[in-house]
Every structure is written in structure tokens, then in C-alpha cells.
Design a protein around this ligand. Structure first.
Ligand code: ADP
Length: 406
């Protein structure tokens, strides 16, 4: 049916050519009485029809626009809300839907003409707010959370439109993203304070002991001062990491410009970490190409990335006794740097969350290994700025591979 309609509409748009063809055919047939000549005439006459484009509809003249507005009282409403990406409804004073924009149709389904708003919006709190605004004319606002299809938070407003007619505008604004960012920010502040509070509390305890019961106990003083030094170092590590993160956030959108050769960079990171590795009984085995492997990046930041990954591999993969660091730079393939350890590995459920701030698989193990829980978050920030990705593969009992793909 669709095909037939397409052909008919094509013929209609080219009726002038077809009329000329028919006329030509009659004339030629009248003059020659030859059927073939007549068919030739019609074919020649309609030939240009195949090469002409459909005319672009002329813009509406001012009068036509005015006429359209007059015939459709909601013309301006449609024009104003059609492009809105939030669902918008126009209701009459009885709560019947006069208009819904495409985004509303997408979110709640298409309302039939004259359907009441409660036919598709069934949230009691929203319906109560609508009813109240219809009764009082006062703007109503309500926030509601939907769990399906995904967790979302909407701010719903019902406003009486200005003007003579009794129209009410119902707007749904999706504020899930704002809420998510607010929650992340407050979680972050809570986590950072908690991380700082723990060593502070222990410092306070030791100071009280040193001023009180251990005032004259030199042995205890020495022991406590050693622990206090550790706690202070932990706090300054944490503050350094927090500062790093905030500096990176400030320049998140600025891509680095320098050309950096990864071969000497990775080589020197491995050499610098060799003493730490040998302290925990791990050997760092590098496989680096002979030729330069250039990427666009910031030397100091890339050093920080690989220091973090290799240090983690040594600390958490200590049992595997070996860490492989490999650069692969095949022609027409992305440059990759992999850090593989043979330690206990990471259970699947933790892997997607490792780059979150303060996320640790085991908090005590991280603390005992002088971790702040911010290392991989810093790595992710730096790599995002470098348009590079961190790929984490891990198998429990086999070890983990952290790959940076440029
Ligand atoms: P931390 O300062 O605690 O090391 P990171 O952000 O560097 O923080 O790492 C987050 C967590 O990821 C660590 O606490 C650890 O549980 C886990 N992790 C990181 N690297 C490895 C690895 N190579 N093997 C096992 N677990 C790891």
C-alpha cells in the first residue's frame, strides 16, 4: 500500500509533465495514426519528469502564519515547547491534557485528545499537586523519585499560565544528575574528613598519654613518637593526594601538548621503585621496545600514573613475587602499557569501582600498605585528560593486569 501511495504522490507532483505527454501523444497519434510514434511522444514529454527534484515548499507567507495561529490557539505553545528536552504538558482547568510535547509523549506515552492527566500520570503526590494548583492557582512544586526504568529524580512544577485563558503548565525536570553530583560531593567530603579524623584521633590519644601517664616513661615516649610520625606522614600523603586530585580537576578539559617517549619514562619509574619492590620481595621485569614510543602527554603526570600502578602491583601482588611491565607499540595499533602482577587478584564485583575515590577492596590492607584509596582515582583523572583508558583485568588466584591504552 505504501508503495502504491508513493507512486501516486510522485505522479501527482509531476502532473504537468504527464499532461503535456498525454497531449503530445494525442497530437502525434492524430497526425500520424501511428501507435509507436504516439508512445514515443509521451515518453519524450515525460522524460524530464525523472530528472526534476521535488520543489522545496515555499515558506509560509505572513498572512498564512497568522491564519495558522488563528486556527490553532496552541500554535505558540507548540512552537515554544516542542524542542524542550523535559516533559511539558498544557492542561485546562479540569486537568485535561490540551498539549504534550514530544518529550512528554516519550516519557509517559501519547495522550488521546481530551484525556485526563491522570490517565497516564498515576503518581498520587504529583496528582495532588496538580489538583491543588488547579483549585488555588498557586504554583505547585514537588520532587519525586522513580525507580524504573532507572533511578531518577524529577522536580515537577505546575504553573498557572499568564493570560486570559485558564491554562496550566506541568513541567517535569530531570534532576537526577544534579542529585548524583551533590551526593558524590558530600560523600567525598565525608570520606576525606573520616580519613583525616582517624589519624588525628590517634595523635590526640598519644599526646594525652605523653602528657599524662607516660610523662616520665622514655621507652613508651619513643614508641609513641614513632607511631605519631607514621600518622602524620599518612595525613600528609592524604593531603597531597587530595591536592593532586583537585589540581587535576581544574585542568580536566585541557589536553596535554608535549611529546613524551614512554620507554625511558617507564624505565626510570621501574628503577625508582626497585628498592620498594625488593623490600616486599618482588622483582620488576620490564619488556621495553628498543625504539622510542612517543605519545602526547604530560611527563610528570604519566610518571605518577605508572608509579601508582607499579607500586600497587608490588604492594597488593606481593605474593606473586614478580611484576611484569610491558610496552606494546605495534604498527596501526594503540600504544599499550601493561602492569601485570601474580598476586591474589581482585573479585569481579570490585573491579568497576576501583577508580572511585576512597574505594578499597580491603580498607585495613590498604592502610597497612600506606594506601590512601585515592591512587587509582588520580590515575583515572590523568588518563581522562590524556584521552587514554585504564583497562583492568583480574582473576582471583591468578593476579591482575592494569593496562593503559593510549
Ligand atoms: P590505595 O591507596 O588503597 O592503594 P588505590 O586507588 O591505588 O588506593 O587502589 C584502590 C584499591 O584497589 C586498593 O585499596 C586495592 O584494594 C585495590 N588494588 C589496586 N591495585 C591492585 C592490585 N594490583 N591487586 C589487587 N588489588 C589492587
Amino acid at each position: 500500500m505504501q508503495v502504491v501511495w508513493t507512486i501516486v504522490s510522485w505522479l501527482m507532483r509531476r502532473k504537468a509533465y504527464i499532461l503535456c505527454g498525454a497531449l503530445g501523444m494525442l497530437i502525434v497519434y492524430g497526425a500520424t495514426r501511428n501507435g509507436w510514434a504516439a508512445i514515443g511522444a509521451i515518453l519524450i514529454a515525460i522524460l524530464p519528469a525523472f530528472f526534476t527534484r521535488d520543489p522545496v515548499p515555499a515558506p509560509l507567507a505572513q498572512d498564512d502564519v497568522t491564519a495558522e495561529i488563528a486556527s490553532d490557539p496552541l500554535f505558540e505553545v507548540r512552537a515554544a515547547f516542542a524542542g524542550f528536552d523535559s516533559p511539558v504538558f498544557l492542561l485546562d482547568r479540569g486537568g485535561y491534557v490540551l498539549y504534550q510535547n514530544p518529550s512528554a509523549a516519550h516519557a509517559f506515552g501519547e495522550f488521546r485528545d481530551g484525556q485526563h492527566v491522570s490517565a497516564r500520570i498515576r503518581l498520587p503526590a504529583v496528582l495532588d499537586t496538580i489538583r491543588e494548583t488547579l483549585d488555588t492557582g498557586k504554583t505547585g512544586t514537588i520532587e519525586y523519585s522513580a525507580m524504573l526504568p532507572s533511578e531518577s529524580v524529577y522536580l515537577v512544577r505546575v504553573i498557572k499560565a499568564q493570560g486570559e485563558a485558564d491554562y496550566y503548565v506541568l513541567i517535569f525536570r530531570d534532576i537526577s544528575e544534579t542529585r548524583r553530583i551533590d551526593r558524590m560531593r558530600s560523600d567525598f567530603v565525608a570520606n576525606a574528613s573520616h580519613e583525616l579524623r582517624t589519624p588525628l584521633a590517634s595523635l590526640r590519644g598519644f599526646i594525652e598519654t605523653l602528657l599524662g601517664p607516660a610523662r616520665n616513661d622514655h621507652k613508651a615516649q619513643e614508641k609513641f613518637l614513632g607511631i605519631m610520625q607514621e600518622q602524620v606522614t599518612r595525613m600528609s600523603r592524604l593531603v597531597d593526594d587530595l591536592m593532586s586530585l583537585s589540581r587535576l580537576e581544574l585542568k580536566a578539559r585541557l589536553a596535554p601538548q608535549d611529546a613524551v617517549d614512554l620507554v625511558p619514562l617507564i624505565g626510570s619509574v621501574c628503577d625508582a621503585l626497585a628498592p620498594l619492590a625488593s623490600d616486599v620481595g618482588v622483582e620488576i621485569v620490564k619488556t621495553l621496545p628498543a625504539q622510542a614510543v612517543m605519545v602526547i602527554g604530560d611527563r610528570d603526570e604519566l610518571t605518577q600514573v605508572f608509579e601508582n600502578l607499579i607500586e600497587n602491583a608490588c604492594k597488593y601482588g606481593q605474593d606473586g613475587k614478580k611484576v611484569d611491565v610491558t610496552i606494546s607499540a605495534e604498527p596501526d595499533q594503540p600504544v599499550e602499557v601493561s602492569v601485570r602482577d601474580y598476586g591474589p587478584g581482585i573479585p569481579d564485583e570490585h573491579v568497576p569501582r576501583l577508580t572511585e575515590r576512597f574505594y578499597r577492596v580491603n580498607v585495613e590492607s590498604s592502610r597497612s600498605k600506606k594506601g590512601t584509596g585515592l591512587g587509582l582515582a588520580i590515575v583515572k583523572h590523568i588518563l581522562t585528560r590524556h584521552r587514554a583508558r585504564l583497562i583492568i583485568r583480574s582473576e582471583v588466584g591468578q593476579g591482575s593486569t592494569f593496562t593503559v591504552r593510549f
